[in-house]
Design a protein around this ligand. Sequence first.
Ligand SMILES: Nc1ncnc2c1ncn2[C@@H]1O[C@H](COP(=O)(O)OP(=O)(O)OP(=O)(O)O)[C@@H](O)[C@H]1O
Length: 307
Amino acid sequence: MSPDAVRLSAVVKRFTDAKGNRFSAVDGIDLRIRRGEILAFLGPNGAGKTTTIDMLLGLTRPDEGTVELFGREPQQAVRSGQVAAVLQTGGLLPDLTVEATVRMLGSLHPGSDPDAVLVRAGLDKLRSRRVAECSGGEQQRLRFALALLSGPELLVLDEPTAGMDVGARRDFWATVREDAARGMTVMFATHYMEEADRFADRVVMIDGGRVVADGSVSDVRSALSGRTVSARLDEQAAATLADSPLVRSCTLRGGRYHFDTTDSDALLRLLIGRTAATEIEVTPRSLEEAFMTITSRHSRTAGEGTS
Ligand SMILES: Nc1ncnc2c1ncn2[C@@H]1O[C@H](COP(=O)(O)OP(=O)(O)OP(=O)(O)O)[C@@H](O)[C@H]1O
């Protein structure tokens, strides 16, 4: 059997914070990514996504644990062109044109096809544009093109669509999907739940440097099973329901109470049987809601009550 594309085993990375205290930014992550998977790496700010990606690419070493890409040391795999990355920042030369940039980097990869890469990254019409005149999203696409030059088997993307509008984001993911269909493994860090939902086969959520959920988008949803029941009703009735063991949390938004529940049928019976609730709605929880619950960072709407 060929080795997995990525294998992180009990990986720990510690830093020193501003007060001089050591803390684990990555706190024992185990992660295997099979060849050909598209994996979304989700987590709130400071969860440890970039630190994990830096270790994965051999840019920094773990304090504990091991990292292997295709059964090799990360730096070996990166140097051979088997692995490429689009990071949040990355040097582009502002005075070069898009085409010159791709050709220049292409010359470092014998056998690469800069023209094909320009087309694949959606940059064909921007060939003569100077990098300095490209939008943030266009510059990200250029970084993507550069990452494709070596014909990588694993592409690691750290928030690749930051700065892109909705259309550019859709085009970008269409291109990535095409590449993945040819067998490329893709791991991307994102804050956009919708991107994970639409483009990933698998979602790994991290928080506080640990994996808090791992599965397909639907697995993660059902592992965090539950629905949101919302209705208009009076405050006292809402408070009574919020105390019920059926209810995980209750939020007042836009004049409606939203109950996060493990048993929407039972809660509906209570709402209809025991209260004067109106305009009742039941909705599946979004990945974002699941994520918020998992990381215990449920947002509370300012000025409105929560219990
Ligand atoms: N070189 C460093 N020195 C000290 N602390 C660091 C260093 N790099 C990262 N950290 C801290 O480690 C934690 C994890 O950071 P990391 O950048 O990996 O998170 P992230 O999930 O990528 O966040 P974001 O979504 O904001 O990019 C944060 O608390 C961050 O402040």
